[in-house]
Design a protein around this ligand. Structure first.
Ligand SMILES: Nc1nc2c(ncn2[C@@H]2O[C@H](COP(=O)(O)OP(=O)(O)OP(=O)(O)O)[C@@H](O)[C@H]2O)c(=O)[nH]1
Ligand SMILES: [Zn+2]
Length: 186
């Protein structure tokens, strides 16, 4: 698998007019293949294994927010990185999820070829399915290298996406509480 990918990288690099046999590039196809496999390792993961039963009974029924989870993803249109932060909130009803699992869920979906909108939705639906929460909210703010390094070359624009499920979608007060919580301490 890595060797196959490395062969493709060799063709790309040679196709750019470079020479993969020169010293600095000799191991590059192999390295680039491994790096790309790492950046897309989310394809090898699944939600059940990742959560590993780290769901705990709890009487907590107020909003829980996990803020500023950094994410690195790759846009599916250009295969260039987009980089940002994810904020997740949920309203537990009897069960809370192990804290690190939120970051693992973000990474599992981020480490695939993505668009930000779908990534946002997938994270929200995963948290909902694992916790059976009364509501889940996810906000992602990210900068896309395809907008910065090429194309329109806008260095400061950010894309913000949100996905509200359950109570967050129904109740404006709940949504506002979440937006308030994530707009402080930054
Ligand atoms: N909605 C959305 N669009 C994205 C995302 N990542 C990249 N894109 C956009 O995907 C679009 C692809 O447009 P095309 O016209 O097919 O490709 P292109 O000629 O490379 O487009 P330019 O970026 O405008 O040069 C561009 O507008 C990108 O900005 C994302 O996460 N969400
Ligand atoms: Zn792109």
């Amino acid at each position: 698998m890595t060797d196959d990918l490395a062969g493709h990288y060799r063709a790309i690099i040679n196709g750019l007019g470079e020479n993969c046999d020169r010293e600095g590039l000799q191991n590059t196809p192999q390295r680039a293949a491994k790096a790309m496999q790492f950046l897309t390792r989310g394809y090898q993961q699944n939600l059940n294994e990742l959560v590993n039963n780290a769901v705990f009974e709890s009487a907590m029924d107020e909003m829980v927010v996990i803020q500023d989870i950094e994410l690195y993803s790759m846009c599916e249109h250009h295969v260039l990185p987009f980089i940002g932060k994810c904020h997740i909130a949920y309203l537990p009803q009897g069960k809370v999820l192990g804290l690190s699992k939120f970051a693992r869920i973000v990474d599992m979906y981020a480490r695939r070829l993505q668009i930000q909108e779908n990534l946002t939705r997938q994270i929200a639906e995963a948290v909902e399915s694992v916790t059976n929460a009364k509501g889940v909210a996810v906000v992602i703010e990210a900068q896309h290298m395809c907008m910065m390094m090429r194309g329109v070359e806008k260095q400061n624009s950010k894309m913000k996406t949100s996905m509200m499920l359950g109570q967050f979608r129904k109740s404006q007060a709940t949504r506002l509480e979440f937006f308030n919580l994530i707009s402080t301490n930054r």
